[in-house]
Each structure stands twice: as structure tokens, then as C-alpha cells.
Design a protein around this ligand. Structure first.
Ligand SMILES: Cc1cc2nc3c(=O)[nH]c(=O)nc-3n(C[C@H](O)[C@H](O)[C@H](O)COP(=O)(O)OP(=O)(O)OC[C@H]3O[C@@H](n4cnc5c(N)ncnc54)[C@H](O)[C@@H]3O)c2cc1C
Length: 323
């Protein structure tokens, strides 16, 4: 049962920010994650501020410099189906299309997707884990096959969003609205390392809202791809995934961005793989070397070493898909 709460339907961003003035208030976009958390009492909510009626937060628009602006309320289905996204930022369209189920993609928004709470079964279950203010991460000794192999500790959850991985690979910039106006925020500065603060996943203050995401203009021969591996092909979060953006000059890679999903507490940049790819043709040898390099620094728990092979294979396949 969901506990009683105050409901505010914000008509504007300013109204929404004002209504978020108390710490028990939460933003409601599509509600596909929030309502489950409220039902299961994962965190206390005494006020729901819905932004779903704010039209200016919806839609995808080209920017004068060649980039693309995506409103935070744009649904995953709309992003997956958008021609501009598919042709210029294929990895993002593929990531959006790979998330959840058709029904959830129709309802779930990109703002909610990158802000969704962890899916760790201890966090979502009836356990007083460290992320909920307790003293321990139950995954360390418990069932940890779906947990982090990179950047884990003191909490070992993996960031659940597919689109965040692609947005990180494109070096997208968020627009964040708060009491003192709007500010740009790079994707790479958005997520919080659990070793710095175990209680939150991103740097947003309780009264800040992601209003838009801007994809930078791409010039030259830029190709991208998103590869996701899960235990099922639908309705499932990534066990491991990779978003790769390569720029090629005369068949040689002149810029590479490789970001992994499902393996760390935030989209995990595989810099060693990027270095390996630079200056090479995207052939079998480069793909194998990048796959190997992407596993650098992995520290599996008892039951999730299989993710190392997934990372190696997904990165190798993705280089070849872009060749
Ligand atoms: C069965 C199931 C399977 C799923 N599988 C996948 C999957 O494979 N891949 C994947 O990526 N996701 C998956 N999801 C998650 C789903 O995609 C998200 O629930 C959805 O994208 C969240 O969007 P929403 O608009 O419904 O967010 P809401 O539920 O409204 O909000 C989610 C959270 O984000 C906050 N929030 C929402 N919008 C903003 C904003 N603009 N600014 C700041 N904070 C905000 C809310 O306060 C809340 O804490 C799955 C979910 C379910 C239930």
C-alpha cells in the first residue's frame, strides 16, 4: 500500500522547483520507477510533484550548432523512434530501444531513466543496507551475481540506466533547474561515486530538476553503437553493456569513447580500450585488443566474474559492428 502524500501538479519549472522545497518531496515524471519505490517504501515520500504536464520539457529539437536538445520528459519510445537521433546518435536510439518493455518505454522518460534509483535487490528489498542509511552492503557476502565489477565499494550496486551509458559516450550536457535558475552539467560530473557519498546516485540537490539533455554536434565520420547483454532479451537490465563512439579519418580511428554499463555504480569509462583503439583501423586485431583492455581494473565479487567475459566480448563485437 502507498502511504498518504500531498500531490502537486506543477504548471511550470519554477512552480515545480518551489514545490520541491522540502526533502520528502519527489519529482514524478512517468512514474514507472517512483511509484514502485513508494509502494515498496524504499524511501519516504510525503509530497509528489508531477512535472508531467509541463509541455516545454517534452520533445527533441535540432540546435543551431548541429547538436540536438532532448527535453527531460521525452519518452524512451520517442527517442528510439526519432530519425535525427537514429541517424546522428545511433547508440542513444539503440540504448533507448533496449530499455525495459514497449509499455514502459511509452511511459518512462529520459529524465526519469537517468535518475532512477538502483535496482540492487538488497536496496529494493527489506534490508537496511548502507545506501538506505544502514551499516553494510549485503552484496559483499550475499548474492552478488548482478553487482559491480568496477568501482564497487562501499556499495556494489550497478547503475541501471541504458540511456545514461550512451549519453556519457556522447559527452552530453544536462540542463538543471533549481532555485537560482538553470545551469549546465556534464554527464561525466552528474553521477556520484559511492565512496564519496553512499546515500545518493547523482549530484542533484533535492530541489533541482533535469530539464533537458543536449547532445553535442558531431563532425566528420562519426559512428556509434550500443550493445547490451542481459539474462533475457526484453524486460531486463544490462548484465553488461557498451556504448561506443568512434570517429574515423581515412579508415583510421582518430577519436574513441568507450563507456560500459551494468558493471559499475555509474557509466564506466573504459579509457584503456579508448587508448588501444586510437590510430588503428577497426579490424579484428584492434577489436580483440580493445576488448581485453576494457577489462582492465575489473575486481569481481564471488559470483560475477562472468561479467569480465561479457565486457570483453561486447567491446570486441561493438568495434567490429562499427568497422
Ligand atoms: C520491469 C522494468 C524493467 C526495466 N528495465 C529497464 C532497462 O532494461 N533499462 C533501463 O534503462 N531502465 C529500465 N527500467 C527503468 C525504466 O526505464 C525507468 O523506470 C524509467 O525510464 C523512469 O522514467 P519515469 O519517467 O517513469 O521516471 P519516474 O518514475 O517518474 O522517476 C524516476 C526517478 O527519477 C526522478 N526524476 C524523474 N524525472 C526527473 C527529472 N527530470 N529531474 C530529476 N529527477 C527526476 C524521480 O524523482 C524518481 O526518483 C525498467 C523498469 C521496470 C519497472
Amino acid at each position: 500500500m502507498i502511504r498518504n502524500f500531498v500531490y502537486v501538479k506543477a504548471g511550470s519549472i519554477a512552480e515545480a522547483v518551489k514545490a520541491l522545497s522540502t526533502k520528502g518531496a519527489r519529482i514524478h515524471a512517468g512514474g514507472t520507477d517512483l511509484l514502485g519505490c513508494m509502494r515498496d517504501e524504499i524511501f519516504a515520500v510525503d509530497k509528489v510533484v508531477t512535472i508531467s504536464g509541463i509541455q516545454s520539457l517534452k520533445g527533441i529539437s535540432p540546435q543551431s550548432d548541429g547538436g540536438l536538445r532532448i527535453g527531460a520528459l521525452t519518452t524512451l519510445a520517442d527517442i528510439a523512434a526519432n530519425q535525427s537521433v537514429a541517424s546522428k546518435y545511433a547508440a542513444l536510439a539503440q540504448a533507448a530501444a533496449s530499455a525495459a518493455s514497449p509499455q514502459l518505454r511509452e511511459q518512462g522518460t529520459i529524465g526519469g531513466n537517468i535518475c532512477q534509483r538502483p535496482r540492487c535487490w538488497y536496496f529494493r528489498g527489506d534490508f537496511p543496507c548502507a545506501r538506505k542509511g544502514g551499516t553494510m552492503c549485503y552484496a559483499v557476502e550475499g548474492e552478488n551475481e548482478y553487482h559491480a565489477i568496477f568501482g564497487g565499494g562501499p556499495c556494489f550496486y550497478v547503475h541501471p540506466s541504458d540511456t545514461a551509458v550512451a549519453l556519457s559516450a556522447f559527452q552530453a550536457v544536462l540542463t538543471v533547474a533549481g532555485p537560482s535558475g538553470s545551469r549546465p552539467l556534464k554527464m561525466e560530473s552528474f553521477f556520484v561515486n559511492p565512496s564519496n557519498d553512499i546515500l545518493r546516485e547523482n549530484v542533484l540537490a533535492f530541489n533541482e530538476i533535469v530539464t533537458a539533455i543536449t547532445l553535442p554536434a558531431l563532425t566528420g565520420n562519426v559512428r556509434s553503437h550500443y550493445r547490451k547483454i542481459g539474462t533475457r532479451r526484453a524486460w531486463d537490465f544490462a548484465s553488461a553493456s557498451v556504448a561506443m563512439v568512434l570517429q574515423l579519418d581515412k579508415d583510421v580511428i582518430s577519436r574513441a569513447r568507450v563507456v560500459l554499463g551494468g558493471v559499475g555504480p555509474f557509466p564506466w569509462r573504459a579509457e584503456a580500450a579508448e587508448k588501444v583503439l586510437m590510430g588503428k583501423k577497426p579490424d579484428d586485431a584492434a577489436a580483440a585488443a580493445a576488448g581485453e583492455a576494457a577489462t582492465t581494473g575489473a575486481e569481481p565479487l564471488r559470483d560475477n566474474a562472468y561479467k569480465i567475459d561479457m565486457v570483453r566480448g561486447a567491446v570486441e563485437e561493438t568495434v567490429l559492428a562499427l568497422a
